[in-house]
Write a new protein. Structure first.
Length: 204
């Protein structure tokens, strides 16, 4: 029964993820659109919003949306990370953390989501593997699966595990990343993201 409920939550979340076109972003978002709809949804849903503006790339803005109560509304993910280039959406990541859950449970969720995504979009190929050497008794490793159904569009599923040998603790988390590289080359006029809101530049 519990497995059925878990699958139901994941499938319900994937309803946001799937689309007729190759890899449309989740939660009804659209490639190339400004942050307005995401900001409005987050505000209506009483979600926390954090804007990051890396000094190394003035064109890039990152909007993080999370719930102070845990998961995003109607979804199993805890955080949505949207990336905008010149104010246009080109990448969305959903992060799944499962606080307090054992690593084996998280790996099971990862495997189930991988199965559902493969069913909807096609098989995901094994991508990069990485492992960091232990530092102060803490080591981490990650494994990625990826799919590129159309030129410039990609889907990546990444599992990360952290092991603390001193505390005897092991934790896992994973992310689903939707990417549209074609947006980066778009010549559409930029949209300005401010902490007080979202502005469209006025024509001269």
């Amino acid at each position: 029964m519990s497995r059925f409920l878990i699958c139901t939550v994941l499938i319900h979340g994937i309803c946001f993820l799937q689309a007729a076109e190759p890899l449309l972003p989740p939660f009804g978002l659209k490639w190339g659109e400004p942050p307005n709809s995401l900001v409005d949804w987050a505000s209506r849903s009483s979600l926390d919003q954090t804007i990051k503006a890396p000094a190394s790339d003035p064109r890039l803005k990152v909007l993080l949306v999370s719930s102070p109560k845990g998961n995003l509304p109607g979804h199993d993910a805890t955080t949505l990370e949207a990336r905008f280039i010149d104010g246009m959406l080109f990448e969305v990541a959903l992060h799944y953390t499962y606080p307090g859950r054992k690593s084996s449970f998280v790996r099971g969720q990862f495997a189930e989501l991988k199965r559902i995504l493969a069913q909807r979009h096609g098989p995901l190929a094994l991508g990069a593997k990485s492992r960091k050497e232990p530092l102060a008794g803490v080591s981490s490793s990650s494994i990625a699966y990826q799919l590129e159904p159309a030129a410039g569009r990609s889907l990546m599923l990444v599992l990360t595990e952290v092991v603390d040998t001193k505390r005897g603790d092991r934790s896992s988390r994973f992310s689903v990343v939707y990417h549209n590289g074609g947006i980066v080359e778009d010549d559409t006029p930029p949209v300005i993201i401010r902490r007080s809101g979202v502005d469209s530049p006025q024509k001269p």
